[in-house]
Design a protein around this ligand. Structure first.
Ligand SMILES: Cc1ncc(COP(=O)(O)O)c(C=O)c1O
Length: 260
């Protein structure tokens, strides 16, 4: 029987959030916040099962905690179907943290929150940031939003991402080393395993593959606790041709029987 992919095991994790919250309360501890990437990237390009965040948020809020969504990697249209990752889970966070793509290379980050939480920062110890509100950075952020809209980059991520995913899924059929292909838009992951039943992570093979890709002119990396997931998060301007080049090059490299 084909084992459930690693990421699907997250289904149980929302229940664990509830258990951890209950344990904290039993020990008389309060809960400040729950912070999660809307789709964990460094964790291995994981797509949460439907309603995972909705259930986790419900546990946290019931205990008085606020829910924080990290959209640094997945926000700004990369997912194609949605502009924000949390939308894929049908939740509205209390705080959203933004970075990287917000400035398209320019150093910029932002925190978006409710009026009530923002006001709370003005009541306690002074909160400030030396470079906060920098007008140049703000102009860059606004320009990035304009380019995203004018060049319809979210739509492009959806279209090219679907094509890319289909190409990668075809590799899964041909190469046993590919244990799972997942993602949304231009947020894609290829999990390499030594055995599809045991799902033993193929970390050394993944390292071989990314180095061979580099030698062939394609830069990518690995993520996940075992560094066995190829992370594919290209600029939103990539084309179907670029995706095809990646897929055919990866096909060649997987055919080299990556060494352990
Ligand atoms: C998911 C995620 N959140 C937060 C950060 C931190 O962002 P910054 O380096 O802008 O503080 C990173 C940086 O790699 C990230 O990948």
């Amino acid at each position: 029987m084909k084992q459930v992919p690693q990421y699907a095991l997250c289904r149980d994790v929302a229940r664990h959030v509830g258990e951890i919250v209950a344990q904290m309360r039993a020990h008389g501890r309060g809960l400040a916040a729950f912070l999660a990437e809307s789709l964990p990237s460094v964790g291995g390009q994981i797509v949460f099962p439907p309603r995972y965040l909705a259930e986790a948020y419900a546990h946290v809020r019931a205990a008085g905690g606020v829910c924080i969504a990290d959209e640094v990697q997945v926000g700004f249209g990369r997912l194609g179907a949605h502009f924000w990752g949390f939308e894929t889970q049908g939740v509205v966070p209390d705080i959203v943290v933004l970075g990287k793509p917000i400035g398209n290379g320019f150093p910029l980050g932002a925190v978006v929150t409710t009026r009530a939480i923002a006001d709370a920062f003005a009541r306690g110890m002074e909160f400030f940031s030396t470079f906060g509100g920098n007008p140049v950075a703000c102009a860059v952020g606004l320009a990035v939003l304009d380019v995203l809209a004018d060049e319809r980059l979210q739509e492009r991520a959806l279209r090219v991402g679907r094509h890319f995913l289909a190409g990668l899924r075809a590799l899964e059929e041909r190469h046993p080393l590919v244990g799972d292909v997942r993602g949304s838009g231009l947020f894609l992951g290829v999990e390499l395993v030594r055995d599809r039943e045991s799902r033993e992570p193929a970390a050394e093979e993944a390292s071989y593959v990314v180095n061979r890709l580099r030698e062939r002119g394609i830069l990518t990396g690995t993520d996940g606790p075992h560094e066995n997931v190829l992370k594919i998060r290209p600029p939103l301007i990539v084309s179907e041709r670029d995706a095809d080049l990646f897929v055919s090059t990866l096909d060649d490299i997987l055919g080299e029987d990556p060494v352990r």
